[in-house]
Design a protein around this ligand. Structure first.
Ligand SMILES: Nc1ncnc2c1ncn2[C@@H]1O[C@@H]2COP(=O)(O)O[C@H]2[C@H]1O
Length: 323
């Protein structure tokens, strides 16, 4: 082999290595870190809906719903997700709460932790914040850690109302959020949060019924908003509830989804995106109600109905996820 040939081989070899190094991280790099602090939809008061979300590599988290906070952080510490004491994680690394609705299983951890928490903001739709201020932070149910209502207001938390579908920067984080109203047992309102970091998005839905059951267009509005993001591979994950198995009578759904109703909504989304765009999309199943036998049945029914080949994820308390 002459010198010219060897030089050419070396150049091609180096070029291949460089191209692989350039393209690999672009494929594998996650956009968001998620630490579930609570994953169940009732009963287990130490494991109720709460999900920490931060841009990948950042320690500045928001907490999406706050049913269980401290116990979830302790669990994450035991899994080596955090290396400082639980109180420090809560005070220093949770920068804000985003609350979908004011039901106790979505706020209890935040309320109980309030005396030991640091000042920060609580974001939500106005109706949710009004309930938190008037029904909890009122000196009767709990001291007034809010910034309005029954005086004196301790002003530990700033309650910041989100205007539906208007993007808002979340203070002390690199995240933005858009809220969408959801129907959680007509006419009770819940919310979805579309979280953005750079050009990447994550969609978290609080408790919700299906549009057909709730006689609503709320989920359809959410699907219309995210469908271009799915087609452009910018939506990294959808968090959606499946509280009851398919056998739950419609009259006792109380504004929740079953596996069949969840898949009906995914079909509605797939009609907007084309079904191929949903293949492999991480769909994180939240809020399973842990009555005996329910969770295994919900998982089985979802898995069997997954014709769209969604990447179904069943989160565990204190186990980090990356999307
Ligand atoms: N009309 C009702 N009768 C009995 N239980 C209810 C009713 N409405 C709501 N619930 C329960 O109260 C719970 C409140 O939180 P969830 O919406 O997760 O689930 C709800 C049901 O388990």
């Amino acid at each position: 082999m002459n010198a010219d040939k060897r030089t050419l081989q070396k150049v091609i070899g180096s070029w291949l290595v460089v191209s692989i190094l350039i393209t690999l991280p672009a494929v594998a790099q996650p956009s968001f870190t998620v630490v579930p602090l609570g994953v169940k939809g009732g009963l287990q008061e130490n494991n109720l809906s709460a999900y920490l979300v931060a841009p990948a590599g950042s320690a500045s988290y928001i907490c999406l719903d706050a049913g269980t906070v401290y116990s979830g952080v302790e669990k994450a510490i035991s899994n080596k997700v955090f290396s400082v004491p639980a109180g420090e994680v809560v005070r220093n690394q949770i920068k804000a709460y985003l609350i979908s609705h004011a039901h106790l299983d979505h706020v209890a951890g935040m309320l109980i932790g309030a005396p030991d928490d640091s000042p920060k903001s609580i974001y939500g739709l106005q109706s949710c914040l009004t309930t938190i201020q008037n029904n909890y932070f009122n000196w009767q149910a709990w001291p007034n850690f809010g910034d309005g209502g029954n005086p004196p207001a301790l002003k530990k938390y700033q309650l910041r109302a989100l205007v539906p579908q208007q993007e808002t920067a979340i203070a002390n984080t690199a995240l933005q959020v858009q809220a969408f109203p959801l129907s959680h047992g007509k006419p009770y309102q819940s919310a979805a949060f579309l979280v953005r970091h750079g050009s990447s998005y994550l969609l978290y839905l609080g408790d919700t019924g299906a549009d057909a059951v709730e006689q609503s267009q709320n989920l359809r509005t959410v699907w219309q908003a995210v469908q271009p993001l799915i087609k452009a591979h910018q939506l990294k994950a959808i968090f959606i509830e499946a509280s009851y198995p398919n056998t739950q009578p419609e009259k006792q759904l109380f504004g929740h989804l079953t596996p069949a109703l969840l898949m009906q909504e995914m079909d509605a989304l797939g009609q907007l995106t084309g079904p191929a765009a949903l293949r492999g999309l991480p769909v994180i199943i939240t809020h399973l109600k842990p009555s005996p036998g329910n969770e295994a049945l919900i998982k089985k029914q979802l898995t069997e109905a997954n014709k769209l080949q969604l990447k179904l994820v069943f989160p565990e308390q204190g186990r980090r996820l990356e999307f």
